[in-house]
Design a binder for this molecule. Structure first.
Ligand code: TMP
Length: 218
């Protein structure tokens, strides 16, 4: 079996503890002896990181939401071509901090772009490639904002209002509900140890090779 690496993504709103839990997921996968690429979106390659710089720059106050959406997918196209697809083709695992579910949540839910337009770009840029498993760190928006509020200078997204993040959260939850076979909802309002317990429990079957899902070769 060549193509046995899984493509795992981690999603969540502001202050959900994503950075801490990325490191934990990485540790679990590497401890199981898998070769793993750890990456993020927008970003992951030199060009995509430059696009990220534009997207997060709070001085870009005039950015149109279509421009934002297309830049997300431009960064993603490069990331897929240069890093994600080659790694998966070699049978490696890929762990990505955010992916296209974030586009549905932020540009769709948050900005109000029609989800069908996002689906068109997803089809164009990704073809049939989707994550094998998506961990959604879910917690109430006010709790997340209180945690995130302790950080330094806010980027272009972090400056949004609570209502924006409520729509982001709802869109993530709707997607998780619509695709229960791919999503695992993690209750991120719990303390770090309890969040890690939940993550370890959902990853265990894949790490033991028991998840029963073979990646399509397309
Ligand atoms: P973060 O993952 O470091 O929080 O920063 C990335 C920001 O970019 C975050 O606010 C969510 C946003 N984002 C989108 O709006 N759409 C996307 O498709 C992705 C990947 C991220």
């Amino acid at each position: 079996m060549m193509n046995n690496g899984l493509f795992i993504t981690l999603e969540g709103g502001e202050g959900a503890g994503k950075s801490t839990q990325m490191a934990y997921v990485q540790q679990l996968i590497e401890a199981a002896g898998k070769t793993l690429q750890v990456t993020r979106e927008p970003g992951g390659t030199d060009l995509s990181e430059q696009i990220r710089g534009l997207l997060l720059d709070h001085r870009q106050t005039a950015m149109d939401s279509d421009t934002e959406l297309l830049l997300m997918f431009a960064a993603r196209a490069q990331h897929l071509a240069q890093l994600i697809r080659p790694a998966l083709a070699k049978g490696e695992w890929v762990l990505c901090d955010r992916f296209t579910d974030a586009t549905y949540a932020y540009q769709g839910g948050g900005r109000g772009i029609d989800l069908s337009r996002i689906a068109q770009l997803e089809e164009w840029v990704q073809g049939s490639l989707r994550p094998d498993m998506t961990l959604l760190l879910d917690l109430p928006v006010d709790e997340g904002m209180a945690r995130a509020g302790q950080r330094g200078e806010l980027d272009r997204f972090e400056r949004e209002q609570q209502a924006f993040f409520e729509r982001v959260r709802q869109t993530y939850r709707d997607r998780a509900e619509a695709e229960p076979e791919r999503f695992r909802i993690i209750d991120a309002s719990k303390d770090i140890a309890q969040v890690q317990q939940q993550i370890a429990a959902v990853l265990k079957p894949c790490l033991n090779g028991e998840n029963g899902k073979a990646r399509g070769l397309s």
